[in-house]
Design a protein around this ligand. Structure first.
Ligand code: MG
Length: 220
């Protein structure tokens, strides 16, 4: 692995590939079919919000913003047509993320057959924790993911329940997108997604490894 400072991947990483509908119970709660191949979309680096740097902002006109807690995988080395067996050695580390989603914008886009850009890519749509090393998270495929809103537990999942595993996802993605060091792969959210409103406080965690807290405000 090259000499990059992965603790600061947010500042220099480029592509962010997100996987939708990767937990069966979450597919069902939104009335979607469980996919037979990964559903991919992207988020831009401008959507990053590092923990401790400010609140999550509900975009203008959105009345149904949802939290989606997800494990993010930080790529450590170039991945192009990599096999599943190669994937774990190409990972630099992890981060806990919230794939913030303007669900009303997304439902409208789905109805019209439009892209999800407005629903997924706005400023502050990707809050992240600090960087988590591979030594801290030795088994990324069996770790609890949870999300509380104002002390009410909303999401309480485990990465063991992913439809497509981390090696499968990264191998699959690498057949279409060359992943570079510092790129991020979001691995999907478990059930329990729901609305947040201005004044709410989100606290999310990955096992007992990391937790993070964000205030919600309306963008004015
Ligand atoms: Mg998501």
């Amino acid at each position: 692995m090259s000499g990059q400072n992965f603790a600061k991947f947010v500042h220099w990483g480029r592509n962010i590939i997100a996987v939708g509908r990767n937990y069966r119970d979450h597919c069902l709660e939104l009335g979607n079919q469980v996919p037979t191949k990964p559903l991919l979309f992207m988020k831009p680096p401008s959507a990053y919000l590092e923990v401790g740097t400010g609140p999550i902002q509900i975009p203008r006109g959105c009345t149904d913003m949802h939290h989606e807690v997800e494990l993010g995988v930080v790529i450590g080395d170039t991945c192009r047509d990599v096999t599943e067996d190669q994937v774990m050695s190409l990972i630099a580390g992890y981060t806990l993320t919230l794939d913030m989603t303007a669900r009303d914008f997304q439902e409208d886009a789905k109805k019209r057959g439009n892209p999800w850009t407005m629903a997924k890519c706005f400023d502050t749509a990707l809050p992240v924790s600090r960087f988590i090393t591979t030594k801290e998270l030795t088994n990324p495929e069996n770790v609890k993911l949870w999300c509380k809103v104002n002390d009410e537990i909303r999401q309480n999942g485990n990465t063991a329940d992913m439809v497509f595993s981390i090696p499968y996802l990264i191998s699959y993605i690498s057949q279409y997108f060359t992943l570079q060091p510092g790129d991020l792969v979001l691995t999907g959210t478990p059930a329990g997604v729901g609305r947040v409103v201005p004044g709410d406080i989100i606290i999310a965690g990955l096992g007992d490894i990391v937790s993070m807290k964000f205030d919600i405000i309306q963008r004015v």
